[in-house]
Each structure stands twice: as C-alpha cells, then as structure tokens.
Design a protein around this ligand. Structure first.
Ligand SMILES: Cc1cn([C@H]2C[C@H](O)[C@@H](COP(=O)(O)OP(=O)(O)OP(=O)(O)O)O2)c(=O)[nH]c1=O
Length: 621
C-alpha cells in the first residue's frame, strides 16, 4: 500500500538503494517503495578538508556511492561482461545516502574501534550536535551503450542534544556493541535513545534517511509546477495527462522538469520555489485523518484512456522512431521533424516522459529503454502494431461498450472482441493492422508456447488461425522434423507473405487458406490453437473443438494456448476482464474443455507471464 502518491511514481521503475544500511532499507520499504539493495563499494574517503561544509561532504559521498552502483550495474549488463548479474535491465533510479555527525566543522563517521567510539561520544557528551544525511537520487539511462545520469541531491539537518553522561555509562553503552556501525557512535533508535535529551528536526534523518525531504524531492522532480497549475485548481496526484484540455499553445510552455531536477542541493533552494514544488506531498501529509483516503488509483483509472491515447498518438506520429535515430532532441526539433505544432508536441513529449516512455534531460527528449525495445516500429520486439490496431479499431469498438452491455449478447459480440468476425468484413488495411498486432504479440509468446511441452513425438502440426506464421516458425525451429501448416482465412494467408523472413525452417511451413468453422481441416498429428478460443462464444467454441476432435487421429494432440486466467474462484486480473465474446478460462476449465471433446492425459503449463498452455492426447473413439 502506498500512502504517498509521489512514492508511487517510482513504482514502475527499477529502483536500487545503494546502501547496506538496514535502517535505510527499513525506512524506505515502510514507505511503500519497492527497490533492490546493491550496497555501494565506494570507499568513504573523500578529503574532508576540501569541503566548505560538513553537509557538502555528506552529499558528495552519497552521490559517489550511488554513481558507483549505477556504473557497476551498467557495466555488468554490457554483453562482454562476464558478470552473473541476474536482471539485465539497467536501474532507472539509484538512491545513495550518507549520514554524518558534525560538531561544529568536525565530521564524525562510524567509529573504527571502541576507543574511537569513546572519543566520539565524549565529544558529543552534554552538547548539541548536527546530524546530516546527504542523499543523491540518480536517474540513469543507457544511450548507445553509454550510461547517462542525472543527479539530484539534497541534505537534511537534525539537531540532537546529549545529556551529561558519566564515563561509566558511556563505556557500558560502547560495550553493548551498538555504536560500531553508526555515525557518531550512537544509534538514537535503540539504546542510544537514552543518551539523547532532545531532537530538533526529522528523527528518521538521524537514523539514516530523511524520508520526508526525500518525498518532497520526488514531488519536485515528478510534479514540477507548471504555470497553469498556479491558475487552476486540480487534484494533485495525477501526472499531467490532461494537459491537452483547454490550453492554448502559449499556456502550454510549462516548467521543465528536467531543469527543475537540477540545481543540486534541495537545501540550498530558494524558499519561494520550494513552497510550490512538493504540493502533492503536502496535500497527502496534511490531510485530516477523518477525510477519506485519496483515491489515487481510481483517479488514475479515470485518466487511463488518456494515457493510452497519448501512447497511440506518439506511435502513430512515429515519435519513437525519430528519437531512436536522432535523439536526444528538443521539442521544437521533434515538431519540425514530425511537421507538428511545437506547443502541442512539447505537451505530448512531456506526458510521454511522465508515463515513463521518454527520458527528459537538458539535452532534450530521448526514448527510454522500454520505448526503444517495444515502441520503435522496426524493432525485433516492437509492439507498434498493437498500438496502431488498438487505436484504429479497438478504441472505436470500446466506444460502443454501453450499447453492447444494454442491448445484450449479440450486440456485445458485434461491438466487442469478436474481431475475427468483424475483420472479415473490413478493409485490407484493417486486416493488415490486425495481422501486425497479432504478429507482434505472437513474437512475445511464441517461444514459450512452442517449448511449454516436448512436442518432438509429433511429425506434423497445424496452427489453426496461425495468422502470420510466427508460432509455426518457432515450432519448426524447435522441432527439426516437424512439418507445420498455418491455416487461416484466405485474406490473411494472402497477406502473410509480407511478414515472412527467410530461414531454413520456412521450407517446412506451408500456408493453407480456409475457414476452420466450414472447411475441412488439414491433416496433422498435432492441432494448435493459440489465442483463439477466448474470442468465441461457447457455441462456436464447442463447434471448433468438435471439428478438431473429429480430424485428430487417436494418439494425436491438441495444444491450446490462452491468456492465463486465475484459478477458479480467484478474482480475474483486470488485463483479462475485457468483455470479449468468449471468456478467460482457468487451467482446470481448459482441462475439462479438452476432456469433454475426447482428449485425455491433459496437461497444463504456464508459458511466460501471459499464457497458459494445455496439451491433450486424442483418445481412441
Ligand atoms: C546517528 C545515527 C546513525 N545511524 C546510522 C545510519 C547509517 O546507517 C550509519 C551511517 O553510515 P553511512 O556511511 O551513512 O551508511 P552505512 O555505512 O550504514 O551504509 P552505506 O554506506 O552502505 O550506505 O549510521 C543510526 O542508525 N542511528 C543514529 O542515531
């Protein structure tokens, strides 16, 4: 559960805490932040005298800790690296922190031994001192194999006063072992709390991490004040996806979050500037207890369609292609290249950045890793086709949702999800769009489907509704003896040639036009239905399965791959709850479905994150 919406801004990023401090880990995970811990190897040995103030030293050390981890993780994912780093995705954000105790200009870090602890505690005895924690938030992105970082840093000061303590008490405390891994030689959160007369400022800052200031800094970075915010009253927790409403171009020229992310130490900022920046946090923290919880999730849901449309529009304009080839680019240059309006383009770019699709730095906008991988049109893993199809077709279908729900199942079929039927009557362009979408999605899952079970006992397979042949190719590649037939509607097989790349295994793939509800099915040892059943209502589904069952020889197989619905009784994940003509089924429901149509020895496996795969063997009639 995330209380503070600004912490939620990091939810979809790979966040790394560059610290071994268990206190920091606890503070941040208690705040709802999800992160990995990669302790920094940076040696805390900067030359203290070269810093004008103790906090400058803490901030620089925090920065070096974070940069060391960012650099090491970036190196580790380079192809040449022999590292065993588990997750090759580079971190998006690395957080470093350093806590020091300062008595005047003297900096006390962790004691090296008991005598050192004694010296430190004697200095603090009966006096006031400052605890500074420097924090660095390093945003990372990888550009042409290079690590690009944007550092935002700040510090927090807390004043602590020790009571007059006897020698005996000091030694008793030192012998407890508590002081050894703590700055200044004490831990205020445990036994050391007994030494402290008062604290002025953020308690958590003493313990190692100034959570409140950190949230304010995030708010400043992720919700930069824009001119229109100062004039309009609007809820605070949603990123600026609604910036296209009622705005003239001149109003659109907002503050630059990249710029505002700079300026180094938050502690050195002008007061006027800071009072506006963390408004989301203030709103959350100052809420009276009796008021209902801020409905962040709900409001984001209400705005979800805008985010989708922004993504579709950016894809359609080929924004990610332009930035891939020529980024980073300033908004005006993007607008020039796309022949679009400069003000609106900047808004689009900013929203894409807020959605994590683009990176915004002083040098301009560039694609994030996910955009480079999935939103550039000619990428191996491009999902551009899905965006285009959803924009051109599914968007319109869903505008008729109300009508479909009001007027019953026929309407529902006509208006929702029955894309197979609908595309029959549509233009060649729409068929192509549908094929591109299916092609991109199949690429993500084909390998998992082909390898979910050992299919080497089959000599031939027929992929019903196999579209562009992506799964067929994967099957042929995986099983060198297998002959594969792709069976799909004539208008699909006619266009499928455009999606074929050469390759040895294509000799074993043939495309046969036909309708699996009407025409006789090609002979095969194994029939495959990948993401077909869910689109059809029960009557059609049973008709198809019984046709397959009649064509399948005893000992032959049926392989079904469908979106992985939860087990029966569990609530469905939202991704699966689109109102299509069919319905998502649990693994057990699939098992029963195949058994009902004469398949036995039915086995179920997961294929990646998305699909569940079911394999049954045709029993003798
Ligand atoms: C003053 C004080 C410090 N501390 C701790 C916070 C920090 O963990 C530690 C200061 O050392 P740091 O060098 O800031 O942090 P660390 O060595 O624990 O971890 P890393 O270097 O990997 O980031 O002292 C307390 O736990 N309680 C206190 O009252």
């Amino acid at each position: 559960m995330v209380l503070c919406p600004v912490i939620g801004k990091l939810q979809h990023k790979r966040v790394v805490l560059a610290s071994a401090s268990p206190r920091r880990q606890e503070i941040l995970s208690n705040a709802g932040l999800r992160f990995e811990v990669v302790p920094s190897r940076f040696k805390e040995k900067l030359h203290k005298a070269s810093f004008a103030t103790p906090y400058a030293y803490a901030v620089e050390t925090a920065k070096q800790k974070a940069l060391e981890v960012a650099g090491r993780m970036h190196q580790a994912r380079a192809p040449a690296s022999a590292s065993s780093w588990k997750d090759l995705r580079a971190p998006d954000v690395v957080i470093g922190a350093d806590t020091i105790v300062a008595v005047g200009a003297m900096i006390l870090e962790k004691p090296v031994d008991k005598q050192d602890a004694y010296r430190m505690l004697s200095r603090l005895n009966g006096k006031e001192h400052s605890v500074f924690t420097g924090v660095a938030i390093v945003h990372c992105c990888s550009k042409d194999g290079r690590l690009d970082t944007e550092v935002s840093e700040f510090y927090e000061e807390t004043t602590v006063k020790f009571s007059e303590l006897s020698e005996e008490l000091l030694w008793e405390y030192i012998n407890s072992g508590e002081p050894m891994d703590k700055a200044g030689g004490y831990g205020i959160q445990a036994l050391g709390g007994m030494l402290v007369e008062y604290v002025h400022g953020d308690f958590l800052n003493v313990v190692g991490f100034p959570l409140n200031h950190f949230c304010k800094e995030l708010a400043r970075l992720y919700y930069p004040p824009r001119p229109e915010d100062l004039r309009r009253v609007r809820h605070d927790s949603i990123p600026a996806v609604d910036t296209f409403e009622n705005l003239s171009d001149s109003e659109a020229a907002g503050a630059d979050p990249g710029q505002s992310a700079k300026g180094g130490r938050g502690g050195e900022q002008a007061d006027g500037d800071r009072s506006q920046a963390p408004r989301a946090l203030d709103a959350a923290l100052n809420r009276a207890d009796s008021r209902p919880r801020f409905p962040t999730g709900l409001l984001e849901l209400m705005d979800g369609f805008k985010a989708s449309k922004v993504l579709f529009t950016a894809c359609k304009l080929k924004l990610f292609d332009v930035l891939k080839d020529q980024g980073p680019l300033q908004a005006v240059d993007v607008a020039r290249k796309l022949s679009t309006c400069a003000g609106r383009t900047e808004q689009l770019l900013d929203v894409c950045a807020a959605l994590g699709l683009l990176e915004k730095t002083r040098r301009g906008y560039s694609n994030t890793e996910v955009a480079t991988l999935h939103l550039v049109s000619d990428g191996e893993h491009s999902l551009q086709g899905v965006a285009e199809y959803n924009d051109a077709h599914v968007w319109g279908v869903f505008t008729r949702l109300g009508l479909a729900v009001r007027e019953g199942s026929e309407q529902t079929r006509g208006a929702l999800g029955a894309m197979e039927e609908e595309r029959l009557s549509q233009s060649r362009e729409l068929t192509l769009q549908f094929m591109r979408a299916k092609h991109s999605l199949s690429k993500l899952t084909a390998h998992h489907v082909a390898t979910a079970f050992d299919l080497s006992r089959f000599a031939s397979a027929c992929d019903l509704g196999g579209c562009t042949g992506i799964l067929a190719r994967e099957l042929a590649q995986e099983y060198p003896r297998l002959q594969v037939t792709v069976f799909d509607l004539p208008e699909v097989t006619e266009l499928s040639g455009g999606f074929q790349r050469g390759g040895r295994q294509t000799e074993r793939i043939r495309f046969v036009p036909g309708d699996f509800f009407k025409d006789s099915l090609p002979e095969a040892d194994l029939y495959v239905l990948s993401r077909i059943l869910q689109d059809w209502p029960d009557d059609k589904l049973h008709k198809l399965l019984s046709r397959i069952s009649s064509s399948c020889k005893p000992g032959g197989g049926l392989l079904v791959a469908e979106a992985a619905a939860e087990e029966e009784g569990a609530s469905q994940s939202p991704r699966l709850r689109t109102l299509s003509a069919g319905q998502p089924r649990s693994p057990d429901e699939h098992r029963r479905l195949l058994q009902r149509h004469g398949f036995q020895d039915v086995r179920v496996a997961r294929a990646g994150d998305l699909l569940c795969v079911v394999l049954g063997t045709r029993a003798a009639p």
